[in-house]
Design a protein around this ligand. Structure first.
Ligand SMILES: CC[C@@H](NC(=O)c1cc2[nH]nc(NC(=O)c3ccc(N4CCN(C)CC4)cc3)c2s1)c1ccccc1
Length: 280
């Protein structure tokens, strides 16, 4: 049963961070003491940028998701000037700040994060939801070090073709979203997972350059993987960064990839030669 919320129910704590159209604060529900993150968005900025529809979709999609690696949206409410989203509190903050501080992640750490991302994306795709904006800026870290995908502002139900103009980095865009039709399916998240894997291990995105050059490098898959990246990690990156969407490694195979198997012990082990012919 959707509960009714209003601002008076919460004791507002320190600012946690800011993003497009607003800020996010630590908050506590007075009655229960429940700690959450209250995201405050300004209606006039949402209107100016014509993103009300996207926000409605973000709320509708994220409210119905339940997964340990997806940030919960517990509810929302608004007043005359602002929209409030009641979000799960991720206790260790924004992954991209952690990545910038570390420069790049050790392979075991990166593999752990990619395994969690693959599990979250598999859950989303089973619900025919494509995230479409997987990048470090949209990933938070929970108190136990687990990652939480946030910001479903760009997510849609598959298949889809983008209608709203994009802004921000091109680094994570797959080739099919850059060519004419822009028609795309859930495989766009596989490409972004490949870009994310590369960025975790190298500290910069694989096609990072001037906007014109980045677009050329993406559509040509002009990829150079530094020699310090292990062969297993490079293999997974090359199986994700494939121009043809249908040729990208399926999400269900990622937990069984040698690089993930090598670093994520607690994952399920393949029982002999599994039914599907996985060629590793
Ligand atoms: C990513 C931007 C996005 N943010 C959210 O939605 C966000 C939702 C959400 N839930 N929990 C968060 N946690 C934090 O922001 C946080 C930040 C720093 C922390 N630490 C600092 C370092 N210290 C060593 C440990 C604790 C801990 C938690 C955030 S951000 C956004 C988008 C639009 C408007 C506002 C915010």
């Amino acid at each position: 049963p959707a509960r009714e919320f209003h601002l008076g129910m919460f004791e507002i704590g320190r600012p946690l961070g800011k993003g497009k159209f607003g800020r996010v604060y630590l908050a506590k529900e007075r009655k229960t003491g429940f700690v959450c993150a209250l995201k405050v968005l300004h209606k006039n900025e949402l209107q100016k940028n014509k993103v009300e529809k996207q926000l409605r979709r973000e709320i509708e999609i994220q409210s119905n998701l339940r997964h340990p690696n997806i940030l919960r949206l517990y509810g929302h409410f608004h007043d005359s000037k602002r929209v409030f989203l009641i979000l799960e509190f991720a206790g260790r903050g924004e992954l991209y700040k952690i990545l910038r501080k570390a420069g790049k992640f050790p392979e075991p750490q990166a593999a752990e994060y990619i395994a969690q991302m693959a599990a979250a994306l598999q859950y989303l795709h089973k619900k025919h939801v494509i995230h479409r904006d997987i990048k470090p800026e949209n990933i938070l870290v929970g108190i136990h070090g687990e990652i939480k995908i946030s910001d479903f502002g760009w997510s849609v139900h598959a298949p889809s073709s983008r209608r709203t103009t994009m802004c921000g980095t091109l680094d994570y865009l797959p080739p099919e979203m850059l060519n004419g039709t822009g028609r795309h399916g859930a495989e766009v998240d596989l490409w972004s997972l490949g870009v994310l894997t590369y960025e975790f291990l190298v500290g910069s995105a694989p096609f990072e350059d001037t906007p014109v050059e980045t677009q050329r490098r993406i559509v040509q898959c002009d990829l150079k993987i530094p020699s310090y990246v292990s062969p297993e990690a490079a293999d997974l990156i090359r199986r994700l960064l494939v121009l043809r969407p249908e040729q990208r490694i399926p999400l269900e195979d990622v937990p069984f990839h040698p690089w993930i198997q090598k670093h994520c012990a607690k994952l399920v082990q393949p029982a002999g030669q599994s039914s599907k012919s996985r060629q590793y």
